[in-house]
Design a protein around this ligand. Structure first.
Ligand code: HEC
Ligand code: HEC
Ligand code: HEC
Ligand code: HEC
Ligand code: HEC
Length: 271
């Protein structure tokens, strides 16, 4: 945020000619930060802090328009109000807009009843922003996910099926647990001296990370067979990874880091 303000101030001080020298990135943000009349200040600071802001995914990637111009009329050409059914950020169009970069999530989401509801302009279902906020800067915790499902599937709500919320929470917890183990395995890999062994183990850890990425994508079907399948593959790979880390015959045992559950360390000791 500070960097952006400084850039805008420099442009103001140096006159209009300086605009071309400003960041290569989106000019939308520069004007919107500088212009007190521009709507939704909170949205801008959310964007600035988000993974999107950090990776220079500019306003135009979701809203359209011409991000190279500092002339409002030119910049805004083609931009529709979000309430317009044709706007790329209209709730019914968000899956496709976000999905242009998050194809895995879109693919799963398209299979769902939730997606059908959006396509038929039935307002009872969720869209991407329901769980990720408008700029995609939110990742729900398992507990928050449970509440989110329950907002619609809780008793007395639009589509009461409270077990769905509970199940969703358990599923996300299983992903987080596996992520925690992955982190611990990576801490152990750091202690491995032999470069060849280390490279192999690092690669194995990457494979676990990939399974977990696919698990989260599959979770966007909101029925969780796909996710469960991926998590169990991740766990199988983690078991093998811990086994090879703690097995003395494979080039020296690595001291388990605190918190690694007993089965893995015990398995190695039985050998
Ligand atoms: C030169 C300043 C300036 C630039 C550049 C600019 N905007 Fe704006 N924008 C504004 C102002 C001021 C408003 C408030 C409404 C108005 O005056 O049109 C606004 C309004 C908007 C709105 C609300 C429109 C509505 O109908 O509700 C959106 C969305 C928007 N801008 C997105 C963008 C995007 C995306 C870009 C870049 C492609 C961009 N803006 C570039 C100044 C700017
Ligand atoms: C990741 C996608 C995404 C990005 C990036 C993004 N926005 Fe938005 N924006 C949205 C969504 C979604 C909404 C809310 C739509 C709704 O109200 O249903 C929204 C709403 C707005 C509005 C409110 C318009 C109105 O009339 O209420 C403005 C203005 C706006 N965005 C400007 C910006 C600007 C400026 C940037 C860059 C700093 C930006 N947005 C970046 C997705 C995005
Ligand atoms: C132009 C491509 C693009 C678009 C459009 C886009 N994203 Fe992203 N998104 C990214 C990139 C790049 C990242 C950062 C990935 C990383 O850091 O590993 C990201 C990260 C995320 C994250 C992870 C956030 C975190 O804190 O880790 C979420 C959630 C997300 N996007 C949701 C959305 C949603 C919802 C939309 C639509 C409203 C959207 N994205 C639109 C490219 C995009
Ligand atoms: C009902 C809630 C919900 C909806 C709707 C939803 N997501 Fe998610 N999304 C989640 C949860 C939960 C996670 C996993 C959070 C975590 O990793 O801890 C997630 C993770 C993500 C990530 C981050 C993946 C990563 O590896 O960091 C992206 C990107 C994403 N979702 C995009 C989308 C897109 C695009 C849509 C719309 C098509 C969407 N989501 C709809 C709940 C939702
Ligand atoms: C914004 C409201 C909303 C949220 C949030 C929401 N749902 Fe739904 N969901 C609905 C509605 C409405 C339906 C359709 C009910 C109907 O067909 O009558 C539905 C349908 C479903 C279905 C399909 C059932 C079928 O008949 O095919 C599943 C599964 C589901 N939701 C799971 C979840 C899970 C799990 C979560 C949380 C991760 C969640 N939903 C979050 C509103 C929501």
């Amino acid at each position: 945020m500070r960097k952006r303000v400084v850039m805008v101030m420099m442009a103001v001080l140096m006159g209009a000619g300086a605009t071309a020298a400003m960041a290569q990135g989106s000019k939308c943000a520069d004007c919107h930060f500088a212009n007190p009349d521009a709507p939704r200040r909170g949205h801008m600071s959310d964007w600035d802090r988000s993974a999107h802001g950090r990776q220079n995914i500019g306003c135009e990637k979701c809203h359209g328009g011409n991000a190279t111009s500092f002339e409002k009329l030119v910049a805004h050409k083609g931009i529709l109000s979000p309430g317009d059914r044709k706007s790329p950020v209209h709730r019914a169009n968000l899956p496709t807009t976000c999905g242009s970069c998050h194809a895995g999530q879109l693919m799963e989401f398209q299979k769902t009843r939730h997606f059908q509801l959006l396509k038929t302009d039935d307002k009872r279902g969720p869209t991407c922003a329901t769980c990720h906020s408008d700029v995609g800067d939110t990742l729900l915790s398992p507990k928050a996910l449970e509440s989110q499902c329950n907002a619609c599937h809780g008793p007395g709500k639009a589509a009461p099926r409270p077990e769905r919320a509970k199940n969703a929470r358990a599923m996300l917890e299983s992903v987080r647990e596996a992520r925690q183990l992955l982190k611990q395995s990576r801490d152990m890999i750091k202690q491995v001296k032999d470069p060849q062994r280390k490279a192999k183990l690092t690669q194995d850890a990457e494979m676990v990370a990939l399974e977990l990425k696919f698990a989260v994508e599959a979770g966007h079907a909101f029925v969780y067979d796909g996710l469960q399948d991926r998590v169990s593959r991740a766990r199988t790979k983690l078991t093998a990874l811990f086994d090879s880390l703690t097995n003395p015959t494979a080039g020296g045992a690595v001291k388990p880091v605190r918190g690694v559950p007993a089965p893995w360390t015990a398995q190695a000791q039985q050998r």
